[in-house]
Design a protein around this ligand. Structure first.
Ligand code: IDP
Ligand code: MG
Length: 144
């Protein structure tokens, strides 16, 4: 039997590559077209400190400094999307981490590619579990 409907929230980031390429509207369009709603949307330039927390699970990875450099290189759009099963649903919309391998039809598969940079530029971030979503929403939108 399907789970009873309950409102879930996830943190989405339109990364600096998505903003600089003019894809904010396209990402928000796909979230809304899927049937999720927007609980918060904010353009901001984030600093290193927030990413040391946001990407705490990746501490020690060789590519983390390059990733933080990329994520702080320009404005991004922080979004809270809402709906039943939105955490899994947005990950499905986003597609695989590697944009070369990401399936056509997904945000990363349709809109991103490998540019040969040391951090993978793949347009969006989406929380990967209820625990990550709660932690990330508290970090980016402490007032929500
Ligand atoms: P996810 O964003 O699909 O959840 P994670 O494994 O959590 O992927 O990695 C976080 C982000 O770090 C990715 O979206 C990508 O931008 C970057 N990244 C992941 N793996 C690599 C790598 O091997 N080299 C460079 N950057 C990477
Ligand atoms: Mg992740």
């Amino acid at each position: 039997m399907a789970d009873a409907p309950s409102v879930q929230r996830t943190l989405v980031l339109v990364k600096p590559d998505g903003v600089s390429r003019g894809l904010v509207g396209e990402v928000l369009r796909r979230i809304e077209a899927k049937g999720y709603t927007l609980a918060a949307v904010e353009l901001r330039t984030a600093d290193r400190a927030i990413f040391e927390q946001h990407y705490a699970e990746h501490l020690g990875k060789a590519w983390l400094p390059a990733l933080i450099e990329f994520m702080t290189s320009g404005p991004l759009v922080a979004v809270v999307a809402e709906g039943h099963k939105v955490i899994e649903g947005f990950r499905s919309l986003a597609g695989a981490t590697d944009p070369t391998a990401a399936a056509p039809g997904t945000i990363r598969g349709d809109l991103a590619r490998d540019w040969g940079t040391s951090a993978i530029q793949n347009i969006v971030h989406g929380s990967d579990s209820p625990e990550s979503a709660a932690r990330e929403i508290a970090l980016w939108f402490p007032h929500l």
